[in-house]
Design a protein around this ligand. Structure first.
Ligand code: SAM
Length: 226
């Protein structure tokens, strides 16, 4: 199944909003760190419901915010959640970003980058469109050290790339981005039941669930264009 087919189906049954709710737990902390200045242009790659771009526009007074998504239904839903003329949604693929070289101040992506058919090519595209000094904030829950994410590929038809922390840094550098920061952001909001509730449908033990959310959380890698 293509990105379009897979994620159009997600958008049609409301999973864009479900993801927004879950991802916001850690995304908001990463978004708050982005050095976006008033008037700057920001791109959200794989925007889903588009919540991140709208938050950047509202909290940092960004000039123009674009959300790009390969699933037209996602972009359509995202557009329906705002009437801000400075926020626009674009249908496109991570392999070829429809933006001019040196035209974007900051790029954000949450739980989307690893769906790229060729993540190295996507990083080169990000490095191309960013202005020198521009940043790439790349947040993922699916990564090698997060052993609790390893079986996610079984439930989705789009091929996913599972890199380690080191592999993210190496790939950023190979694409011409400095690595300014790498960190894991714990999810302190997902509710974890008391021990007697385990095993649950999704978790063998309370320890595993605590590790997934409170210890591993979201891997954030920050690149800077030069
Ligand atoms: C798991 S969702 C995350 C959405 C949103 N960033 C969030 O935090 O809720 C991944 C999104 O990336 C988009 N996507 C996946 N692969 C893509 C590709 N190759 N090109 C463009 N968009 C893609 C999907 O359509 C989907 O909306």
């Amino acid at each position: 199944m293509s990105v379009r087919e897979e994620f159009d189906a997600w958008a049609a049954d409301g999973r864009d909003k479900g993801m927004e709710t879950r991802h916001w737990h850690t995304a908001k902390h990463a978004l708050a760190r982005m050095p976006v200045e008033a008037g700057q242009t920001v791109l959200d790659l794989g925007c889903g419901s588009g919540y991140a771009g709208r938050a950047i526009r509202e909290t940092k007074n960004a000039g123009t915010v674009y959300g790009l998504d390969g699933a037209p239904e996602m972009a359509h839903n995202a557009a329906s959640y705002t009437d801000d003329s400075q926020v626009g949604y674009v249908i496109g693929d991570f392999g070829s970003l429809p933006f001019e070289t040196n035209s974007i101040d900051h790029v954000w992506t949450m739980e989307a980058f690893y769906y790229a058919a060729n993540p190295h090519e996507t990083l080169e595209e990000v490095a191309r469109i960013l202005r020198p000094g521009g940043t790439f904030y790349c947040a993922v829950n699916y990564y090698e050290e997060n052993v609790h994410s390893h079986d996610w590929q079984d439930n989705i038809s789009v091929e996913m790339t599972r890199w380690s922390r080191d592999e993210y840094r190496e790939a950023f550098r190979a694409a011409g981005l400095y690595v300014a920061e790498q960190d894991t952001i714990p999810d302190r909001e997902t509710e974890i039941p008391d021990a007697e509730a385990f095993p649950t449908d999704n978790w063998e033990s309370r320890e595993a669930m605590v590790e997934r959310y409170r210890t591993f959380g979201t891997l954030l890698t920050v690149g800077v264009a030069h």
